[in-house]
Ligand binder design. Sequence first.
Ligand code: SF4
Length: 288
Amino acid sequence: MEFFTTPSNHFLKNKEALHMPQLNNTIEILKILDRTNCGDCGEKTCLAFAAEVFNGRKTLGQCPHIDPETLKKFGGEISTRSTLEEDQQKAFDEMKEKISRIDLCEKAEAVGGECRGPALILKVFGKNVKVAPDGTLSSDIHINPWIALPIFNYILSCGGAPESGTWVPFRELKDGKAWQGLFRRQCETPLKNVADRYTDLFNDMIELFNGKKVDNHYDSDISLALRPLPKIPMLICYWRPEDGLESDLNLFFDPATDQNGGTEMVYYLTAGIAKMFGKIAARHGVSV
Ligand code: SF4
């Protein structure tokens, strides 16, 4: 099964370090940095620095602003490198195990699902997905691996907050500013590229993923609401190129997303959707 996490390194070399907590991917490294993009490490952004550390070309200690306690906690060395597949499988197994330890029926109301026997039924893009007590996912639709982890995350973290019926950009979600650059690169820009070249994108979103056209928000040419998870609505607004202006695509979320899954879950979920549409477009012979 393939996930969209980045490959991991373990920041540990010696035997004592084996007892240190590990940072398993670029995002985890990014989270412990200042995220001010000050450039004092020689990289333009903290994300670029995190990627360099992750790939073993820099060490955590080369950020002059990292808190000494944090540096001590995580160490700064890279030792063994696990494969992407191993990391993917590990992440999936860990989440599945966490799911198997909770009472899914007790969670049903909060996550907007339905209890059927010991299983939980969730609407994913409006289609039923069954979550068995051991965490096995099954559905009439293909469960894309990019969506499997966000589903687990959602079940574990959804607080069941009521939706406000309003939309805010991703950066206005809690911690959204810190994730905004990554979100733009991995989610909005790839979806915009698909929309630019693949004219049937929005029709396919409606057909395949129960999308609904809504009144054009923010003067966009196309506004489409999706519901990838029961309490995570998502608004896609697309502006066609016009009069020398480039096209644009922005995504908006209900403010209750902060309580119903959070920024990181939404980031991974949306990156998965962007990848899915990239694949669908590629299948139609469109290079994106
Ligand atoms: S020096 Fe540290 S805080 Fe500044 S850009 Fe580099 S990683 Fe980010």
